[in-house]
Design a protein around this ligand. Structure first.
Ligand SMILES: Nc1nc2c(c(=O)[nH]1)N[C@H]1C(S)=C(S)[C@@H](COP(=O)(O)O)O[C@H]1N2
Ligand SMILES: [Mo]
Length: 414
């Protein structure tokens, strides 16, 4: 039915419900043929229940994220969920799966691991091979603790600090998480299918609606801690985080950690996707284009720090243990300085073990807070000498905001 024929509510509703069922079944991985069979078998009932379940919910897009993401744990931007930092206070080193941020370009597909396959092919592969879930679980696996951080983490501060809004989710600092990832080193898989000496790029491709995909160089693909992950913090990888398998590409921007992976192409040619030519490139006066990309490609993240406080935080006057975490994509944090007076004076924070490379370090500082309004600042330095500048040049997509951030806190007497 054409859009212009949707004059009656009945026709309108039926068409939209059909669209919804189609979208829904596709997200469940059903083929169009199976979908048509379902419709023929009386999808009226299915459509009917969906009408109630979905159309009665205004505004919120249907099931973009599957896990529960209540507002006391997450900020929501469309299909994305930002972790609220105050919930990490008095938690351990790892971010529990329930608190871990979600960045979905579209929505979380529900994939059946019994029918799921991973196809590995390409011009630099000797024996193109299809792996099942069980095949991959049978390979040697390792567990590593690493951060995954969105390249846009901190984007909000381009507007808040520089008055220039970069489009996209207005993350403050909650588009990062550290987990223990268990998976098969990608190298184990590539060794089994035979990689030619001439191999250059490896494209990892997701099974979500837009088939989000992004290449990494063969050297990064062969690194010890570049994994095909099937467990997160000791639990089966949750759907929102890439079930049945996601990539872990430590130190690289979040988008390299492709979720719901379905295909890997290994090529003797450089590979490109919209996610390394248009998105996830630095576009702006300070960043000249590098054909075919619109600017330097974001391949690694920077140094950042966050307080484990609400935004804005309200505290009672008196003794507090201020806590936070700092991280670097390039190594371990060696020093964290905190300023309680808007950057005039700085003091060293205590670093707490563990301090894992390309994950983060927890730190704390005592504060006898008097009533008033404060901007708390934290500045970290890593073992490569990278630190956090006072400001960073603007880029159109709002990536890599690594400057020191002022965290507003008001302290009251009661
Ligand atoms: N297939 C697929 N993989 C994806 C994405 C996506 O939308 N589709 N988002 C990427 C981005 S931009 C980030 S920051 C991370 C976020 O991982 P998380 O949702 O598990 O926190 O997943 C990456 N992998
Ligand atoms: Mo991201």
């Amino acid at each position: 039915m054409l859009e212009r024929d949707l004059l009656t509510e009945q026709a309108y509703k039926q068409t939209r419900v059909d669209e919804l069922v189609w979208k829904h079944t596709r997200s469940l991985g059903l083929s169009r043929k199976r979908f048509l069979q379902l419709v023929a078998a009386g999808a009226g009932t299915l459509a009917g229940s969906l009408t109630h379940a979905r159309l009665s919910q205004p505004a919120i897009a249907a099931d973009t994220v599957i896990k529960s993401t209540p507002p006391d744990l997450f900020y929501s931007y469309g299909s994305n969920r930002e972790m609220r930092w105050e919930n990490l206070y008095s938690r351990g080193y790892l971010v529990p799966n329930e608190l871990f941020f979600v960045r979905n370009h579209t929505s979380t597909p529900q994939i059946d691991s019994t029918t799921w396959r991973l196809r590995v092919e390409g011009s630099a592969i000797k024996r193109p091979t299809t792996f099942s879930y069980e095949d991959l679980l049978a390979l040697p696996s390792v567990s590593v603790t690493r951060a995954i951080e969105c390249a846009g983490n901190g984007r909000h501060f381009f507007e808040a600090v520089q008055g220039k809004k970069a489009p996209g989710s207005q993350w403050r600092l909650g588009a990062i998480g550290v987990a223990e990832w268990t998976g098969v080193p990608l190298r184990e898989v590539l060794d089994r299918v035979g990689v030619q000496q001439t191999a250059r790029d490896v494209m990892l491709e997701g099974l979500d609606e837009k088939r989000v995909r992004r290449p990494i160089p063969i050297t990064k693909a062969m690194a010890d801690d570049t994994l095909l992950v099937y467990a997160m913090n000791g639990q089966v990888l949750p759907p929102d985080h890439g079930f049945p398998f996601r990539a872990l590409v430590p130190g690289w921007p979040g988008v390299a950690n492709i979720k719901w992976i379905g295909r890997i192409e290994v090529s003797d040619q450089p590979l490109f996707s919209p996610w390394n030519t248009e998105d996830y490139v630095m576009i702006g006066a300070a960043y000249p284009p590098q054909s075919p990309s619109k600017g330097p490609i974001v391949t690694s993240l920077n140094v950042k720090s966050a307080f484990e406080l609400a935004w804005d935080a309200k505290l009672l006057a008196g003794a507090h243990l201020l806590r936070g975490r700092s991280w670097s994509a390039h190594g371990t944090i060696t020093k964290v300085e905190v300023s309680l007076d808007n950057g005039k004076t700085w003091q060293l924070a205590r670093l707490r073990d563990p301090n894992i490379s390309q994950a983060w370090v927890r730190w704390d500082i005592n504060w006898n807070a008097r009533p008033g309004n404060y901007n708390l600042q934290a500045r970290a330095t890593d073992d490569q000498g990278n630190t956090q500048p006072v400001s960073v040049p603007f880029n159109e997509k709002g990536y890599l905001y690594g400057a020191v951030i002022s965290h507003p806190v008001s302290v009251s007497r009661s």
